[in-house]
Design a protein around this ligand. Structure first.
Ligand SMILES: Nc1ncnc2c1ncn2[C@@H]1O[C@H](COP(=O)(O)OP(=O)(O)OP(=O)(O)O)[C@@H](O)[C@H]1O
Length: 711
């Protein structure tokens, strides 16, 4: 299957007609050889082209017209990915899946079998009546036999449904897991590509089709089994009809039969059909569902992406999501097993359906003197109706399957998108550790944001020795944060070189590099969670350690106000500024405990202290060589600000006083900037002045002017 092979790297190349701008990224055309995954990507992309509309692409989820080109593309996708994907899904539960296929084919035979069996009953009754030896006991016996047959059918149906649910659940877990994992792997530049976003959106639709969220074109691979069932049903009806000889043209009897066929409908309208209320949502299930959704959103969220990448939260999110998903599936399965108990099976026997057995009574009475076989008449009638119905169903299913193939293609293509910042496997080098922190050499760096006309970084060059501290200052919009993101390997640069400890940063795996840095972003994340998680996620391995979290909060100056919060570390923080609504439960009580209703808001400065504490969760770890803070104290009072910079200084040194970490901070407070060993003055995307505070003052340039203005 595609996702088992090496993921494809995205590159800029000549765009397809619908992605007309030359800068747009599309799936890489690696030639030669054009491997199977790439063929799927190309076929999926081509299927979105709107014919005769230059540059026109279908919206994600848009229906592909049934034409020659799309049939060819669907065939390519099926050949390259569908069968492999089905094989992997089959491998999750080989026996149950085989059973599911067989049972579906058997279930397809039920309607014809039912009609045939009823015809036999009717014929039997006809011969009883015409022979003049009519006895009620014989009739009751036949009806009981029919009811038992129906009960058997229902039991098989129920077993098949339970089996199918188990198979579908594991398949669903598999595809959802793959999807969430892939989302977490992707970096910001990759996710910024429109074609990647569309692909992920269609892939998401495919994954959702496993949840039974129907709609046209949403057909999971396991629903394809339905096609087999329908075909076996169709074949059985055709066989029955072929086996019937001649036709009885008694219109009155046919009319009577049609009216009696409508009778069950009346019954269901007046509430005789058993209802199947949804299982109530317990508070525990509500909490699990809420957490699962929250983690899924976190994996999908763009605003949290930098910190997820930087703090390496991918595996933690994935694991936590998998735990909640498994718990939910366990709950659903136990509900299913309760449902499949004997009384439940019996209650599923449809009363109105059973009455079908009585439908032929009027016919019998009418034809008791006739030599015509009532059974064959009834069978002929029901087979014709079923045949028409089955053909209609089959056509709809095939049309949905056709659309489903393209969504499956999107899923296979999405699984093979390679994060742009990841170096090719053959070029990867490990992060080289050197003494005293991280040495950074930037040479003529330039960067333009996608879609922007002007470069945000232009010809940026500087060298920072390991253990040195650098303050980046400058006017708003001069490129300071952009430079920070480039240095943190959150975004790429278009031109120039960036060496870290003497090695090209582009040759390092970003996730490995991120182990050696910690940061506070200017627009840091506010997680919709407890204080504990908001701080502890800075070093997820210590998330369970109260001591580590307390220590980080102490360094970040957050301990005092956190201790005064109603639930201390367990206080849920409100990121929206609005109280979140409690989750309703069946009993009318909230799904949360009493304390969890409290979502506490924080001031800007308090949030900033939480973000600083998060960075301090790992700042003093030996493997962390670079501390980068983008305006970390912009909301703090002067006293707190000095304390934070004292702490940064302390953390960046060994107990002996020797510098062990490189520090970079961006600030607008020049009184703070002068604490740094070096200062970079940024103007219009470039470093206009670089040196010590004294050197720059002496120079009398932009920095000196800015400094004089600030004091
Ligand atoms: N995502 C983006 N897409 C396009 N342009 C961007 C984006 N982010 C920033 N820019 C532009 O890049 C330039 C540099 O922005 P940057 O955030 O690096 O400035 P800054 O020096 O950090 O500003 P401030 O002091 O206000 O924080 C600005 O002109 C800004 O408009």
């Amino acid at each position: 299957m595609c996702q088992q092979s090496k993921p494809q790297r995205l590159k800029r190349s000549s765009p397809p007609p619908s992605l007309a701008t030359p800068d747009r990224t599309q799936f890489q055309s690696q030639a030669p050889p054009l491997d199977s995954c790439h063929r799927v990507q190309k076929a999926w992309l081509a299927s979105r082209v709107i014919p005769r509309r230059r540059g026109g692409y279908l919206m994600p989820g848009g229906q592909r017209p049934l034409n020659k080109t799309n049939i060819r593309l669907a065939t390519t996708i099926s050949r390259e990915c569908a069968f492999d994907l089905l094989r992997v899904l089959w491998g999750l539960h080989p026996i149950r899946t085989s059973l599911m296929m067989c049972l579906n084919i058997v279930r397809g035979l039920f309607p014809a079998f039912r009609g045939y069996s009823q015809a036999m009953i009717v014929d039997e009754l006809q011969s009883l009546v015409s022979s003049g030896h009519f006895t009620w006991s014989r009739l009751v016996k036949l009806l009981v036999a029919e009811i038992l047959r129906r009960a058997f059918e229902t039991a098989v149906d129920s077993f098949a449904t339970t089996n199918e649910n188990i198979v579908q659940d594991s398949a669903r877990f598999f595809v959802e897991y793959q999807q969430v994992a892939q989302r977490l792997r992707l970096d910001i530049p990759t996710l910024a590509e429109p074609v990647v976003r569309d692909c992920l959106q269609e892939s998401d639709l495919f994954v959702r089709s496993f949840s039974g969220m129907g709609g046209f074109g949403l057909l999971s691979p396991f629903d394809f089994v339905q096609i087999f069932a329908l075909m076996s049903e169709l074949a059985s009806h055709v066989l029955v009809l072929l086996s019937l000889t001649g036709g009885c043209a008694n219109m009155g009897a046919l009319l009577l039969s049609v009216l009696s066929a409508l009778f069950p409908l009346f019954l269901s309208r007046f509430g005789f059909t058993p209802s199947h209320p949804d299982a109530p949502y317990t508070p525990q299930e509500a909490r699990t569902a809420e957490r699962q959704e929250k983690l899924r959103n976190l994996a999908y969220s763009d605003c949290h992406r930098p910190e997820i990448l930087l703090f390496g939260l991918g595996p933690w999110i994935l694991q936590s999501w998998a735990n909640t998903r498994t718990a939910m599936m366990h709950d659903e399965r136990s509900t299913d097993s309760i449902r499949s108990s004997l009384p439940q099976i019996l209650s599923q026997i449809n009363v109105s359906d059973l009455l079908f057995a009585l439908q032929n009574m009027p016919l019998l009475l009418m034809f008791q003197s006739s030599s015509a076989s009532l059974g064959s008449l009834a069978l002929y009638r029901s087979s014709i109706q079923s045949l028409v119905f089955t053909v209609g169903n089959l056509l709809t299913t095939v049309r949905m399957a056709f659309q489903g193939i393209f969504l499956m293609g999107a899923f296979c293509a999405a699984m093979n998108i390679r994060p742009q910042l990841n170096p090719p496997d053959e070029e990867v080098v490990s992060y080289p550790t050197i003494a005293n922190g991280m040495k950074i050499e930037a040479r003529h760096l330039s960067y333009t944001y996608p879609g922007s006309k002007d470069a945000s970084l232009k010809d940026v060059s500087f060298t920072l020795e390991a253990g040195e501290s650098l303050a980046i200052v400058g006017y708003n919009g001069s490129g300071k944060s952009t430079l920070a993101k480039v240095l943190l390997r959150i975004i790429d640069f278009s031109e120039g070189d960036l060496l870290v400890n003497g090695v090209d940063i582009r040759r390092m795996s970003p996730s490995e590099y991120h182990h050696h840095v910690t940061t506070v972003f200017q627009g840091f994340s506010k997680f919709n969670s407890t204080v504990r998680e908001n701080v502890g996620l800075g070093f997820v391995q210590k998330l369970g350690s109260q001591t580590a979290i307390e220590h980080a909060m102490h360094l970040g100056g957050a301990d005092t106000f956190v201790h005064s919060l109603p639930n201390g570390l367990k206080t849920k923080l409100d990121i929206s500024g609005f109280d979140s609504m409690p989750y309703p439960s069946v009993s009318g009580a909230t799904a949360h405990g009493p304390s969890s209703r409290i979502h506490h808001g924080l001031s800007g400065g308090e949030w900033q202290r939480i973000a600083i504490s998060r960075a301090f969760m790992r700042a003093d770890r030996p493997e962390v060589d670079l501390l980068l803070f983008d305006e970390p104290t912009s909301s703090l009072d002067g006293h707190a600000q000095n304390k934070v910079f004292d702490t940064i200084d302390k953390v960046s040194r060994a107990p002996s006083g020797e510098k062990t970490k490189t520090v970079i901070f961006i600030t607008h407070r020049l009184s703070t900037a002068r604490r740094a060993d070096k200062i970079a003055m940024m103007e219009k995307g470039t470093i206009s002045e670089f040196g010590t505070h004294e050197e720059l003052l002496k120079k009398g340039g932009s920095y000196a002017a800015l400094y004089k203005a600030s004091v």
